[in-house]
Design a protein around this ligand. Sequence first.
Ligand code: FE
Length: 206
Amino acid sequence: MAQHDHDEHGSELSETQLRVRALETVLTEKGYIDPAALDLIIQAYETKIGPHTGARVVAKAWHDPAFKRALLDDGSKAVRALGHESRVGDHLVAVENTPARHNIVVCTLCSCYPWDVLGLPPVWYKSAPYRSRAVKDPRGVLADFGVKLPASTEIRVWDSTAETRFLVLPMRPSGTEGWSEERLAQLVTRDAMIGTGLPKPPEEVA
Ligand code: FE
């Protein structure tokens, strides 16, 4: 314990934190959950599993046409083949951006998100304004994120559920011919895989 660590007074916890703690205590006492296992899962999502996982998937799809076909055909199966086992038993669907169509992902009901490839969702993804506006005004949402697409590009909104999660396969930036998968992966941002962003321009990556 570091010296500056202070005691956890109830007053320092938010209402939600208190409720989560109470719930965890009850579930542990009743033997429904193992706190050590819970800690491992949380730790995995905080440190091991994150957008870098999805970035590797996207980079591989850019680099390997056979993998891209497999990914678009069955996202869960293709991602599993890379050794990323889904922990929640949901189905991952990869949707491909093209000059004609841009895909954007939302969960209008709550916050369903492809945790296994993107890690923990950003706060805005769970916010009511994003969840409602992404459907009503996707072009406006994209503008807020600094993304301007040609008027001729159709914007398709995908509503996630507990069973089906979506991963956007962004367009590979031009000027990246001959790049390795590792280098390509550096261009792939979390937002590009949600559809609220675009990959980084090649000149931003050494
Ligand atoms: Fe949800």
